[in-house]
Design a protein. Structure first.
Length: 118
């Protein structure tokens, strides 16, 4: 069913990256960052929601939000937040089964190929 579509599909990496950034798929990583710094889970997720709202209102992403704006919501934010919310880092860190890390994706592709060939 999908084979004809895949053979004619054109991939646009920059558009995909832009959509991922504007979709705030890295918001969980921002919250996890605060939790690692010692903030309670619920507080971290509340602040992350405020960050996303701030980004939407100002047409920014978590990757390009100035550190001063991060610090308006918590002094726990330091320059290393940018590594934590970097989309490439976020993708690589999803190492569980079905995750987005390159190793996980290769395993998923291998499994699908085995099922198709059976």
């Amino acid at each position: 069913m999908f084979a004809p579509m895949l053979s004619t599909m054109t991939v646009h990496p920059e558009q995909m990256r832009k959509a991922a950034a504007e979709g705030f798929i890295n918001a969980t990583d921002a919250a996890d960052y605060l939790v690692r710094k010692g903030m309670p889970f619920r507080t971290a997720y509340k602040i992350t929601g405020q960050l996303v709202a701030m980004c939407i209102a100002n047409r920014r992403t978590l990757e390009n939000l100035p550190i001063a704006e991060y610090r308006e919501l918590s002094e726990l934010f330091e320059e290393d937040i940018y590594e934590a919310v970097n989309l490439e880092t976020c993708v690589k860190n999803r190492i569980s089964e079905g995750g987005t890390s390159p190793k996980s994706v290769r395993a998923q592709i291998r499994l699908i190929r085995e099922r198709i060939l059976v």
